[in-house]
Design a protein around this ligand. Structure first.
Ligand SMILES: [Zn+2]
Length: 60
């Protein structure tokens, strides 16, 4: 099977082992910012009265 050289997932350039899996510090930082900025946002509207987990722990 063909083995392509690994590339930066952000811009497609050949990646640098120092910043892998990215090609440069810029791309690595951008990816980190994406994580912290969007995907890693915790939903803040969990029921404060504790009615969110009703029968999830029913085991026994
Ligand atoms: Zn890149």
């Amino acid at each position: 099977m063909p083995s392509k050289p690994p590339r930066c997932p952000l811009c497609g350039k050949p990646r640098d082992p120092e910043y892998k899996p990215f090609c440069s510090r810029g791309c690595r930082d951008r990816d980190l910012l994406n994580w912290f900025g969007e995907d890693y946002r915790v939903p803040a509207d969990q029921a404060p009265d504790g009615t969110a987990d009703d029968d999830r722990f029913d085991e026994g």
